[in-house]
Design a binder for this molecule. Structure first.
Ligand code: 3PG
Length: 213
């Protein structure tokens, strides 16, 4: 069976959140990440370079989605620019409906039972959990997964190499964050360090998943 975008996110288990100052940097950043074993990138629309960066990243064969999608118009722009998935910090019915109509996976940020229920009503079962460190981290996710057993989360916010392994749990679909491809390293052209951060993240996750079996 063909691997879907969501299947791929789950397999990689990591969703690097990337902020681009210059769209052209998306190409070397994508190559660096791929070399480190991470071929997924959530390019935020926090900077004007974000939309164009999506195209550069896709040309490097990375699965590039758009993040920080706050409105329907941003969502449409991202989908037209070829975003393979859409991530939003919160739940917007308009954004979710638009993605559903395009058949593109959407991960809205949901941290309360009400938000989760609204997303579930739309048929979604993979949700961003943001900011994870503020909303109780793994403790918060475990508490929510009692009533919402069919939902899996992508915790993002405050995760790094030091606490990544805490998030290996059946209720966690993948883990997101900016630590794998920090803006400062992209801007400084320190792509080798991005490769190394990705490599280490893949290894930490692999070991934690092995221990969890
Ligand atoms: C996001 O948009 O998901 C967050 O900015 C990522 O949070 P982090 O920088 O703490 O990883």
């Amino acid at each position: 069976m063909r691997e879907t975008v969501l299947d791929h996110l789950k397999k990689v288990g990591l969703v690097p959140v990337v902020v681009m100052s210059d769209a052209k940097s998306a190409a070397p950043a994508a190559r660096a990440m791929r070399e480190g074993g991470v071929d997924v990138m959530e390019i935020t629309l926090r900077t004007p370079a974000g939309l164009e960066a999506l195209r550069y990243a896709a040309d490097e064969g990375i699965l590039a989605g758009a993040g920080t999608v706050l409105s329907l118009s941003q969502c449409r722009q991202a989908l037209r620019a070829g975003a393979r998935f859409i991530v939003s910090p919160g739940f917007s019915e308009d954004v979710v409906e638009e993605c559903l109509s395009w058949g593109v996976p959407v991960l809205p940020g949901c941290v309360t039972p009400t938000e989760i229920m609204r997303a579930a009503e739309k048929g979604l079962d993979v949700l961003k959990f943001f900011p994870a460190n503020v909303y109780g981290g793994m403790k918060g996710i475990k508490a929510l997964s009692s009533p919402f057993g069919g939902i899996q989360f992508v915790p993002t916010g405050g995760v790094d190499l030091s606490n990544l392994s805490e998030y290996v749990h059946p209720a966690v679909y993948a883990v997101g964050g900016s630590w794998m491809c920090p803006r400062a390293l992209i801007d400084a052209g320190r792509f080798d360090e991005i490769t190394e951060l990705c490599r280490q993240s893949v290894e930490v996750l692999r070991q934690a998943r092995e221990r969890a079996v």
